[in-house]
Design a protein around this ligand. Structure first.
Ligand SMILES: Cc1ncc(C[n+]2csc(CCOP(=O)(O)OP(=O)(O)O)c2C)c(N)n1
Length: 383
């Protein structure tokens, strides 16, 4: 007789049910030291100011006053039609200047479109720094000469460039650190993720500096991320995250100097988030009253980076009326020169449009160039 197969299993030995224990797991690095502090670092208004070099404090003050004036003058130039667009950093001068001055001459700065002031603080000619924003096709300066990459309009694309340059420098044995600047909105870009990931894997000598100024045009940070802070994102990549008061120029300079030194010594990248606020609109083409309350702006005006430093230096006897006047006069001289030079019409050759598109022009470009040349000649311009 055929035996029926039974679905009833014989009870197995008890041990057969126990899964083989997995290989021991533990985090690859301890996340605790990578976590940012619970509060942004502040130095102004604390006893720590006493440790700062008075010469540095005075220099920072002069740069802040000049930076504030530069923002006002560049914004005025947009109203006069002398500048196509200006993304102001009024209210963010401490972040721009404190960060830029943490670099050595041999280092590289990778700015976004908002970071003209960082470039100027690093020594770039104030007019050259505005070339792109004036609508020219080129960056206005030689990036290699100044070690300042072009002001970058596509969000966050400067970050992988910074990592690539820093990594390459390290492979070649060059002592170079790259400082990559980006806004809070830029942290939502894929380029931000890729840059931080590669930087940490390669331990590239790069510092990522996020200026969290509250908004990406009209989008507030709350709609941008659910992270506890932008600095916390660092932990996911395996690098330290640091939080700093972006309106405290001494704190910014200190945190950035520490991060740059760490990178230079082979310690790898750091992500720094500066808490600050954009006092002006996104650019002269934006109306900020449509998406934020006046009260919010006023609250931040009370935490103005220039006033914070001025009060501290005055209270400590490091700045007097004479010092304030000297800084204001130097800033006025810079603004007057900027006005004068920007009021001169640049001589542009429309044919330049075709010059640097490809090493060898395509048939289509040659045809378009010929058409433009003919039009210009018909207008009576001899070229
Ligand atoms: C890849 C890309 N997407 C969109 C834009 C349009 N855009 C220009 S500025 C901006 C907001 C950026 O905000 P944030 O990164 O916070 O920098 P902020 O302007 O505040 O300095 C956007 C979306 C762009 N320039 N590049």
């Amino acid at each position: 007789m055929q035996q029926r197969s039974s679905t009833v299993q014989e009870p197995l030995a008890e041990t057969a049910h126990r899964p083989t224990p997995p290989p021991a797991w533990r985090p690859r690095t301890d996340p605790a030291p990578l976590l940012p502090d619970t509060e942004p670092l502040r130095v102004l208004g604390t006893d720590a100011v006493a440790d700062a070099d008075p010469a540095l404090l005075r220099r920072l003050y002069a740069e802040l006053v000049r930076g504030r004036r530069y923002n006002a003058q560049a914004t005025a130039l947009t109203k006069q039609g002398r500048l196509a667009v200006y993304p102001s950093t009024t209210g963010q001068e401490a972040s721009e200047i404190g960060a830029a001055l943490a670099l050595e001459e041999r280092d590289w700065l990778f700015p976004s479109y908002r970071d003209t002031l960082a470039a100027v603080a690093r020594g770039l000619d104030p007019v050259q720094a505005l070339t792109l924003l004036r609508g020219d096709w080129h960056t206005g300066y030689d990036p290699r000469e100044h070690r300042i990459a072009p002001l970058c309009t596509p969000l966050a694309t400067q970050l992988p460039h910074a990592v690539g340059l820093a990594h390459a420098a390290r492979l070649k044995g060059d002592d170079v650190v790259a400082l990559a600047m980006v806004g809070d909105g830029g942290t939502s870009e894929g380029d931000f993720h890729e840059a931080l990931n590669f930087a940490a894997v390669w331990q590239a000598p790069v510092v990522f500096f996020v200026q969290n100024n509250g908004f990406a045009i009209s989008v507030p940070l709350a709609k941008q991320t659910a992270a506890p802070s932008l600095a916390h994102k660092a932990v996911g990549y395996g690098m330290p995250g640091r939080l700093v008061d972006g309106n405290d120029v001494v704190a910014v300079h200190q945190v950035l100097t520490e991060a740059v030194t760490r990178a230079r010594r082979g310690g790898g990248p750091t992500l720094v988030e500066a808490i600050t606020y954009r006092i002006d609109a996104h650019t002269n083409a934006d109306d900020a009253t449509r998406y934020r309350a006046d009260g919010e702006v006023e609250t931040w005006r009370a935490h103005d980076p220039v006033l914070l430093l001025e009060r501290e230096l005055t209270a400590r006897g490091l700045l007097d009326e004479e010092g304030r006047r000297a800084a204001a006069e130097a800033a006025e001289t810079m603004a007057a020169e900027l006005r004068e030079r920007m009021n001169a019409d640049p001589v542009l050759d429309p044919m330049d449009l075709f010059t640097h598109v490809y090493a060898e022009q395509t048939a289509q470009l040659r045809e378009q160039a010929a058409q433009l040349r003919a039009e210009l000649e018909a207008e009576g311009e001899s070229r």
